[in-house]
Design a binder for this molecule. Structure first.
Ligand code: RB5
Length: 161
């Protein structure tokens, strides 16, 4: 599978280990950085992987920061991305099966690398369930083009909320 991966400084050490792990498993891995553990801003690296996935250059994305939270928030700003912050294998499975997630974000500070490897194995091997989940995922993607129910700028009937 073609996988794009990146981290910030807090996820750097695990990112290096996970790049090797994924490559050894036979994946085609694009390491989008950083190359050192110097302090960086996670949105810059989330953007690189998010665009790789959104553009089709990668089939799946992996992002590692301290918690995985900031990476998920940032990556989800890019159209076409469904990024999930995953801390156990059950969530990895459900994120693929129910949500058709295309990027997994991992915690380099609160989840050990062996568990993150198991999370990646599960995430990358689980297929989307389709069926009743398909329409829900379509509705998620439609939100990218949505306007506020009260009007384009959300101010029209603000007093009613
Ligand atoms: C960096 O200190 C930390 O904020 C970052 O790695 C990440 O956890 C943000 O969500």
């Amino acid at each position: 599978m073609r996988i794009s991966i990146a981290s910030d400084h807090a996820g750097f050490e695990q990112k290096q280990l996970l790049v090797d792990y994924l490559a050894a498993a036979g994946h085609d891995v694009a390491d989008r950085g950083p190359d050192t553990d110097e302090r960086v801003d996670y949105p810059d690296y989330a953007a690189l992987v998010a665009h790789d996935v959104a553009d089709g250059a990668a089939e799946a994305g992996v992002l590692v920061c301290g918690t995985g939270i900031g990476m998920a928030v940032a990556a989800n700003k890019v159209h076409g991305v469904r990024a999930v912050n995953v801390i156990n294998t059950q969530f990895a499975e459900l994120a693929r099966e129910h949500n058709d997630a295309n990027i997994v974000t991992l915690s380099g500070r609160f989840v050990d690398v062996e568990e993150n490897k198991r999370i990646l194995d599960t995430f990358l091997s689980t297929t989307f369930g389709g069926g009743r989940h398909a329409g829900r995922v379509e509705k998620i993607m439609a939100l990218e083009c949505s306007v506020h129910p009260d009007g384009a700028d959300g101010t029209a009937d603000a007093a009613k909320r």
